[in-house]
Ligand binder design. Structure first.
Ligand code: GLA
Length: 397
Protein backbone atom coordinates (compact mmCIF):
# COMPACT_ATOMS: atom_id res chain seq x y z
CA UNK A 1 0.00 0.00 0.00
CA UNK A 2 1.15 3.54 -0.69
CA UNK A 3 1.29 5.79 2.34
CA UNK A 4 -1.84 7.92 2.65
CA UNK A 5 -0.64 11.32 3.78
CA UNK A 6 -2.59 12.59 6.78
CA UNK A 7 -5.10 15.05 5.40
CA UNK A 8 -4.48 18.75 5.70
CA UNK A 9 -7.68 19.13 7.73
CA UNK A 10 -6.57 16.53 10.25
CA UNK A 11 -3.18 18.22 10.63
CA UNK A 12 -4.82 21.60 11.08
CA UNK A 13 -7.20 20.26 13.71
CA UNK A 14 -4.34 18.66 15.66
CA UNK A 15 -2.34 21.89 15.50
CA UNK A 16 -5.31 23.99 16.73
CA UNK A 17 -5.98 21.62 19.64
CA UNK A 18 -2.31 21.59 20.60
CA UNK A 19 -2.13 25.39 20.42
CA UNK A 20 -5.08 25.72 22.78
CA UNK A 21 -3.55 23.22 25.21
CA UNK A 22 -0.14 24.90 25.15
CA UNK A 23 -1.13 28.58 25.22
CA UNK A 24 -4.63 28.50 26.75
CA UNK A 25 -6.22 30.44 23.85
CA UNK A 26 -7.19 29.67 20.26
CA UNK A 27 -4.87 30.51 17.34
CA UNK A 28 -5.97 33.31 15.01
CA UNK A 29 -3.93 32.71 11.87
CA UNK A 30 -2.84 29.65 9.89
CA UNK A 31 -0.81 28.94 6.78
CA UNK A 32 0.44 25.94 4.84
CA UNK A 33 3.21 25.16 2.36
CA UNK A 34 3.83 21.90 0.51
CA UNK A 35 6.84 19.64 0.09
CA UNK A 36 8.00 18.96 -3.46
CA UNK A 37 9.33 16.30 -5.77
CA UNK A 38 11.62 17.11 -8.67
CA UNK A 39 10.84 15.09 -11.81
CA UNK A 40 14.10 15.94 -13.60
CA UNK A 41 16.78 18.69 -13.49
CA UNK A 42 18.91 17.80 -10.46
CA UNK A 43 21.72 20.05 -9.23
CA UNK A 44 21.00 22.42 -12.10
CA UNK A 45 19.28 25.25 -10.18
CA UNK A 46 22.47 26.79 -8.75
CA UNK A 47 23.97 26.59 -12.24
CA UNK A 48 21.31 28.92 -13.69
CA UNK A 49 19.71 25.90 -15.37
CA UNK A 50 16.22 24.39 -15.61
CA UNK A 51 14.34 22.22 -13.10
CA UNK A 52 10.98 20.44 -13.34
CA UNK A 53 9.51 20.05 -9.84
CA UNK A 54 5.94 19.83 -8.58
CA UNK A 55 4.41 20.63 -5.19
CA UNK A 56 3.01 17.67 -3.19
CA UNK A 57 -0.03 17.09 -0.98
CA UNK A 58 2.43 16.60 1.92
CA UNK A 59 2.38 19.88 3.84
CA UNK A 60 3.73 21.91 6.74
CA UNK A 61 1.16 23.92 8.69
CA UNK A 62 1.79 26.81 11.09
CA UNK A 63 -0.98 28.11 13.41
CA UNK A 64 -0.57 30.93 15.90
CA UNK A 65 -1.30 34.39 17.15
CA UNK A 66 0.45 37.56 18.34
CA UNK A 67 1.35 37.47 22.04
CA UNK A 68 1.98 41.19 22.75
CA UNK A 69 5.59 40.56 23.74
CA UNK A 70 9.02 40.56 22.09
CA UNK A 71 9.23 36.78 22.29
CA UNK A 72 8.48 33.99 19.87
CA UNK A 73 7.26 30.80 21.53
CA UNK A 74 7.11 27.89 19.13
CA UNK A 75 6.57 24.17 19.32
CA UNK A 76 6.82 21.65 16.49
CA UNK A 77 4.86 18.41 16.38
CA UNK A 78 6.68 17.18 13.28
CA UNK A 79 8.09 13.69 13.29
CA UNK A 80 11.65 13.22 14.58
CA UNK A 81 12.22 16.95 15.07
CA UNK A 82 13.98 16.57 18.42
CA UNK A 83 11.52 16.45 21.31
CA UNK A 84 8.36 18.53 21.05
CA UNK A 85 9.55 21.08 23.56
CA UNK A 86 8.67 24.75 23.48
CA UNK A 87 11.38 26.96 21.99
CA UNK A 88 11.45 30.57 23.13
CA UNK A 89 13.59 33.36 21.67
CA UNK A 90 13.46 37.13 21.69
CA UNK A 91 12.98 39.08 18.46
CA UNK A 92 13.29 42.57 19.98
CA UNK A 93 16.39 43.00 17.80
CA UNK A 94 15.76 40.96 14.69
CA UNK A 95 19.18 41.73 13.23
CA UNK A 96 20.78 39.93 16.20
CA UNK A 97 19.02 36.61 15.58
CA UNK A 98 21.59 33.83 15.25
CA UNK A 99 21.33 30.14 14.40
CA UNK A 100 21.59 27.75 17.38
CA UNK A 101 19.79 24.73 18.83
CA UNK A 102 17.40 23.07 18.22
CA UNK A 103 18.18 22.99 14.52
CA UNK A 104 14.58 23.09 13.28
CA UNK A 105 14.11 26.50 14.92
CA UNK A 106 16.88 27.94 12.72
CA UNK A 107 14.62 27.82 9.67
CA UNK A 108 12.06 29.89 11.55
CA UNK A 109 14.63 32.35 12.87
CA UNK A 110 16.03 32.68 9.34
CA UNK A 111 12.60 33.48 7.93
CA UNK A 112 11.87 36.01 10.70
CA UNK A 113 15.23 37.67 10.00
CA UNK A 114 14.46 37.85 6.27
CA UNK A 115 10.75 38.76 6.44
CA UNK A 116 10.17 41.95 4.51
CA UNK A 117 8.14 43.70 7.27
CA UNK A 118 8.34 44.04 11.05
CA UNK A 119 7.61 40.88 13.00
CA UNK A 120 5.71 41.08 16.30
CA UNK A 121 6.16 38.50 19.09
CA UNK A 122 3.96 35.46 18.48
CA UNK A 123 3.07 31.98 19.69
CA UNK A 124 2.89 29.16 17.16
CA UNK A 125 2.48 25.43 16.69
CA UNK A 126 4.01 23.71 13.67
CA UNK A 127 2.98 20.36 12.26
CA UNK A 128 4.09 18.61 9.07
CA UNK A 129 3.44 15.53 6.97
CA UNK A 130 6.60 16.10 4.90
CA UNK A 131 9.14 13.49 6.03
CA UNK A 132 12.05 15.31 7.68
CA UNK A 133 15.32 14.91 5.79
CA UNK A 134 13.61 12.74 3.17
CA UNK A 135 14.62 14.80 0.14
CA UNK A 136 11.08 16.18 -0.33
CA UNK A 137 12.01 19.67 0.85
CA UNK A 138 10.84 19.55 4.43
CA UNK A 139 13.01 22.60 5.13
CA UNK A 140 11.72 24.79 2.28
CA UNK A 141 8.20 23.72 3.20
CA UNK A 142 8.81 24.90 6.78
CA UNK A 143 10.39 28.17 5.63
CA UNK A 144 7.64 29.03 3.16
CA UNK A 145 4.86 28.01 5.60
CA UNK A 146 6.44 30.24 8.25
CA UNK A 147 6.80 33.15 5.81
CA UNK A 148 3.16 32.78 4.72
CA UNK A 149 2.07 32.62 8.37
CA UNK A 150 3.97 35.87 9.08
CA UNK A 151 2.19 37.48 6.11
CA UNK A 152 -1.16 36.50 7.61
CA UNK A 153 -0.07 37.66 11.08
CA UNK A 154 1.11 41.09 9.91
CA UNK A 155 -1.25 41.41 6.92
CA UNK A 156 1.75 42.40 4.83
CA UNK A 157 1.45 40.21 1.78
CA UNK A 158 4.28 39.89 -0.74
CA UNK A 159 3.23 41.16 -4.14
CA UNK A 160 5.88 39.32 -6.08
CA UNK A 161 5.89 35.70 -4.96
CA UNK A 162 9.39 35.20 -6.42
CA UNK A 163 10.61 37.68 -3.81
CA UNK A 164 9.12 35.54 -1.04
CA UNK A 165 10.87 32.44 -2.43
CA UNK A 166 14.19 34.34 -2.60
CA UNK A 167 13.87 35.53 1.01
CA UNK A 168 13.21 31.96 2.18
CA UNK A 169 16.23 30.77 0.18
CA UNK A 170 18.32 33.41 1.95
CA UNK A 171 17.03 32.08 5.29
CA UNK A 172 18.29 28.64 4.32
CA UNK A 173 21.72 30.00 3.29
CA UNK A 174 22.20 32.12 6.40
CA UNK A 175 20.56 30.06 9.14
CA UNK A 176 20.93 26.45 7.93
CA UNK A 177 24.30 26.99 6.25
CA UNK A 178 23.20 25.23 3.04
CA UNK A 179 24.04 27.15 -0.17
CA UNK A 180 20.94 25.77 -1.92
CA UNK A 181 19.53 26.88 -5.25
CA UNK A 182 16.05 28.38 -5.68
CA UNK A 183 14.09 25.31 -6.81
CA UNK A 184 12.62 24.20 -3.48
CA UNK A 185 11.49 27.56 -2.12
CA UNK A 186 10.14 28.52 -5.56
CA UNK A 187 7.92 25.48 -6.05
CA UNK A 188 6.78 25.43 -2.40
CA UNK A 189 5.63 29.02 -2.99
CA UNK A 190 4.37 28.93 -6.58
CA UNK A 191 3.44 25.28 -7.25
CA UNK A 192 0.19 24.72 -9.19
CA UNK A 193 -2.33 21.96 -8.75
CA UNK A 194 -2.25 19.49 -11.65
CA UNK A 195 1.07 20.80 -12.97
CA UNK A 196 4.83 20.56 -12.76
CA UNK A 197 6.80 23.79 -13.26
CA UNK A 198 9.53 24.10 -15.85
CA UNK A 199 11.50 26.75 -14.01
CA UNK A 200 14.29 28.70 -15.63
CA UNK A 201 16.50 29.41 -12.62
CA UNK A 202 18.33 32.19 -14.48
CA UNK A 203 15.24 34.35 -15.07
CA UNK A 204 12.89 32.81 -12.49
CA UNK A 205 10.27 32.39 -15.21
CA UNK A 206 8.22 29.22 -15.06
CA UNK A 207 6.05 27.39 -17.58
CA UNK A 208 3.28 25.12 -16.39
CA UNK A 209 3.51 21.53 -17.60
CA UNK A 210 0.21 19.64 -17.10
CA UNK A 211 0.55 16.31 -15.28
CA UNK A 212 -2.87 14.86 -15.95
CA UNK A 213 -2.57 11.62 -17.89
CA UNK A 214 -5.03 9.35 -16.03
CA UNK A 215 -3.02 6.27 -17.03
CA UNK A 216 0.28 7.39 -15.54
CA UNK A 217 1.47 7.84 -11.99
CA UNK A 218 4.60 9.32 -10.43
CA UNK A 219 5.48 7.20 -7.41
CA UNK A 220 7.84 8.51 -4.71
CA UNK A 221 9.85 5.94 -2.78
CA UNK A 222 11.57 7.11 0.38
CA UNK A 223 14.68 4.99 0.91
CA UNK A 224 14.48 6.00 4.59
CA UNK A 225 18.25 6.48 4.65
CA UNK A 226 20.05 9.78 5.01
CA UNK A 227 23.82 9.75 4.75
CA UNK A 228 25.56 12.42 6.78
CA UNK A 229 27.62 13.58 3.82
CA UNK A 230 24.71 15.47 2.33
CA UNK A 231 25.18 19.12 3.24
CA UNK A 232 29.01 19.21 3.11
CA UNK A 233 29.10 17.47 -0.26
CA UNK A 234 26.41 19.83 -1.59
CA UNK A 235 28.64 22.84 -0.96
CA UNK A 236 31.59 21.03 -2.56
CA UNK A 237 29.53 20.28 -5.71
CA UNK A 238 28.51 23.91 -5.95
CA UNK A 239 32.14 25.05 -5.80
CA UNK A 240 33.21 22.47 -8.37
CA UNK A 241 30.56 23.77 -10.77
CA UNK A 242 31.80 27.34 -10.33
CA UNK A 243 35.31 26.12 -11.03
CA UNK A 244 34.13 24.30 -14.17
CA UNK A 245 32.39 27.45 -15.42
CA UNK A 246 35.63 29.38 -14.88
CA UNK A 247 37.64 26.88 -16.93
CA UNK A 248 35.05 27.28 -19.68
CA UNK A 249 35.15 31.10 -19.34
CA UNK A 250 31.37 31.20 -18.77
CA UNK A 251 29.35 33.00 -16.12
CA UNK A 252 27.63 29.67 -15.31
CA UNK A 253 27.39 26.12 -16.69
CA UNK A 254 24.05 27.10 -18.22
CA UNK A 255 26.01 29.00 -20.87
CA UNK A 256 28.18 26.00 -21.80
CA UNK A 257 27.67 23.13 -24.26
CA UNK A 258 28.97 19.56 -24.22
CA UNK A 259 30.99 20.34 -27.38
CA UNK A 260 32.74 23.21 -25.61
CA UNK A 261 33.52 20.92 -22.68
CA UNK A 262 34.94 18.26 -25.02
CA UNK A 263 37.12 20.75 -26.87
CA UNK A 264 38.35 22.28 -23.60
CA UNK A 265 39.36 18.84 -22.36
CA UNK A 266 41.59 18.47 -25.42
CA UNK A 267 43.17 21.88 -24.93
CA UNK A 268 43.65 22.19 -21.16
CA UNK A 269 44.56 19.91 -18.26
CA UNK A 270 41.31 20.13 -16.27
CA UNK A 271 40.90 17.84 -13.28
CA UNK A 272 38.77 14.80 -14.17
CA UNK A 273 36.36 15.41 -11.33
CA UNK A 274 35.57 18.92 -12.62
CA UNK A 275 34.87 17.53 -16.11
CA UNK A 276 32.50 14.93 -14.69
CA UNK A 277 30.58 17.53 -12.66
CA UNK A 278 30.25 19.80 -15.70
CA UNK A 279 29.25 16.86 -17.89
CA UNK A 280 26.37 16.07 -15.55
CA UNK A 281 25.11 19.63 -15.25
CA UNK A 282 25.29 20.52 -18.95
CA UNK A 283 23.63 17.21 -19.93
CA UNK A 284 20.98 17.50 -17.20
CA UNK A 285 19.94 21.00 -18.23
CA UNK A 286 19.35 19.73 -21.78
CA UNK A 287 17.46 16.67 -20.48
CA UNK A 288 15.18 18.91 -18.44
CA UNK A 289 13.93 21.13 -21.28
CA UNK A 290 13.67 18.11 -23.56
CA UNK A 291 11.83 16.18 -20.85
CA UNK A 292 9.30 18.98 -20.34
CA UNK A 293 8.54 18.90 -24.07
CA UNK A 294 8.09 15.12 -23.98
CA UNK A 295 5.68 15.42 -21.06
CA UNK A 296 3.73 18.22 -22.70
CA UNK A 297 3.44 16.05 -25.85
CA UNK A 298 2.35 13.01 -23.82
CA UNK A 299 5.51 11.11 -24.81
CA UNK A 300 5.97 9.47 -21.44
CA UNK A 301 8.16 6.69 -22.81
CA UNK A 302 10.83 9.17 -23.92
CA UNK A 303 10.48 11.08 -20.65
CA UNK A 304 11.08 7.85 -18.74
CA UNK A 305 14.28 7.19 -20.69
CA UNK A 306 15.56 10.62 -19.67
CA UNK A 307 14.82 9.79 -16.03
CA UNK A 308 17.09 6.75 -16.27
CA UNK A 309 19.82 8.81 -17.94
CA UNK A 310 19.50 11.47 -15.27
CA UNK A 311 19.98 8.89 -12.53
CA UNK A 312 22.98 7.38 -14.26
CA UNK A 313 24.58 10.79 -14.59
CA UNK A 314 23.89 11.70 -10.94
CA UNK A 315 25.38 8.37 -9.88
CA UNK A 316 28.46 8.29 -12.11
CA UNK A 317 29.35 11.89 -13.01
CA UNK A 318 27.95 13.88 -10.11
CA UNK A 319 28.40 11.15 -7.46
CA UNK A 320 25.48 12.14 -5.27
CA UNK A 321 23.56 8.84 -5.31
CA UNK A 322 24.06 6.01 -2.80
CA UNK A 323 23.66 2.23 -2.73
CA UNK A 324 20.08 2.37 -1.48
CA UNK A 325 18.89 4.81 -4.17
CA UNK A 326 20.64 2.78 -6.88
CA UNK A 327 19.00 -0.35 -5.53
CA UNK A 328 15.53 1.24 -5.65
CA UNK A 329 16.02 2.40 -9.25
CA UNK A 330 17.20 -1.08 -10.28
CA UNK A 331 14.20 -2.72 -8.59
CA UNK A 332 11.81 -0.33 -10.36
CA UNK A 333 13.48 -0.93 -13.73
CA UNK A 334 12.64 -4.65 -13.55
CA UNK A 335 8.90 -4.01 -13.14
CA UNK A 336 6.69 -4.22 -16.19
CA UNK A 337 4.94 -0.89 -16.77
CA UNK A 338 7.73 1.25 -15.27
CA UNK A 339 8.84 3.88 -17.79
CA UNK A 340 11.60 5.60 -15.81
CA UNK A 341 13.08 6.04 -12.34
CA UNK A 342 15.70 8.24 -10.71
CA UNK A 343 16.89 9.68 -7.43
CA UNK A 344 15.29 13.05 -6.67
CA UNK A 345 16.53 15.99 -4.57
CA UNK A 346 20.03 16.59 -3.25
CA UNK A 347 20.97 12.89 -2.95
CA UNK A 348 22.96 10.76 -0.47
CA UNK A 349 19.65 9.20 0.60
CA UNK A 350 16.09 10.47 0.49
CA UNK A 351 13.78 9.49 -2.33
CA UNK A 352 13.47 8.14 -5.84
CA UNK A 353 10.71 9.15 -8.25
CA UNK A 354 9.34 6.56 -10.67
CA UNK A 355 7.01 6.94 -13.64
CA UNK A 356 4.72 3.92 -13.99
CA UNK A 357 1.46 3.05 -15.72
CA UNK A 358 -1.50 3.16 -13.36
CA UNK A 359 -2.28 -0.51 -13.95
CA UNK A 360 1.15 -1.52 -12.63
CA UNK A 361 1.44 0.68 -9.54
CA UNK A 362 0.56 -2.17 -7.18
CA UNK A 363 3.11 -4.45 -8.84
CA UNK A 364 5.77 -1.78 -8.34
CA UNK A 365 4.87 -1.27 -4.68
CA UNK A 366 4.83 -5.03 -4.02
CA UNK A 367 8.18 -5.49 -5.72
CA UNK A 368 9.79 -2.71 -3.68
CA UNK A 369 8.42 -4.11 -0.45
CA UNK A 370 9.63 -7.57 -1.37
CA UNK A 371 13.10 -6.74 -2.70
CA UNK A 372 14.42 -3.55 -1.09
CA UNK A 373 17.03 -4.33 1.55
CA UNK A 374 15.67 -1.62 3.88
CA UNK A 375 12.11 -0.50 4.60
CA UNK A 376 10.74 2.00 2.11
CA UNK A 377 7.83 4.41 2.44
CA UNK A 378 5.89 4.93 -0.75
CA UNK A 379 3.75 7.89 -1.81
CA UNK A 380 1.70 8.63 -4.90
CA UNK A 381 2.77 12.08 -6.13
CA UNK A 382 -0.20 14.31 -6.90
CA UNK A 383 0.74 17.76 -8.22
CA UNK A 384 -0.61 20.27 -5.72
CA UNK A 385 -0.91 23.96 -4.97
CA UNK A 386 1.86 26.14 -3.48
CA UNK A 387 1.65 27.98 -0.13
CA UNK A 388 -1.63 29.44 1.09
CA UNK A 389 -3.12 31.18 4.09
CA UNK A 390 -5.71 28.88 5.68
CA UNK A 391 -9.02 29.84 7.22
CA UNK A 392 -9.52 28.81 10.84
CA UNK A 393 -13.25 29.53 10.79
CA UNK A 394 -14.32 25.89 11.00
CA UNK A 395 -11.90 25.13 13.82
CA UNK A 396 -12.34 27.88 16.33
CA UNK A 397 -16.11 28.08 16.79
C1 GLA B 1 18.44 20.48 -2.76
C2 GLA B 1 18.54 22.00 -2.91
C3 GLA B 1 18.00 22.47 -4.26
C4 GLA B 1 18.63 21.67 -5.40
C5 GLA B 1 18.57 20.18 -5.13
C6 GLA B 1 19.31 19.38 -6.17
O1 GLA B 1 17.11 20.08 -2.72
O2 GLA B 1 17.82 22.63 -1.88
O3 GLA B 1 18.24 23.85 -4.40
O4 GLA B 1 19.93 22.11 -5.67
O5 GLA B 1 19.10 19.85 -3.85
O6 GLA B 1 18.71 19.50 -7.41
Amino acid sequence: MAEESVSQNELLLTAVKCFEKEFGVLPEKAARAPGRVNLIGEHTDYNDGFVLPMALPLVTIVVGKKNNSDDCRIKTLSENCDKPTLVVFSISERQNLKPGNPKWANYIKGVIANFKGNVPGFDAIIISSVPVGGGLSSSASLEVATYTFLEALTEEYTEKLEDKALRCQKAQHEFAGVPCGIMDQYVCTLGKEGHALLLDCRTLEAQLVPINDPNLVFVITNSNVKHELASGEYAIRRKQCEEAAQYLCKSSLREATLEQLESLKLRAPIPDVICHRAHHVIGEIARTTEGATFLANCDSKSFGQLMYLSHQSLRDDYEVSCAELDELVEIAKQVDGVLGSRMTGGGFGGCTVTLVTKAKVDDLINRINEKYSQTATIYIAKPSEGAQVLSLEDYIK
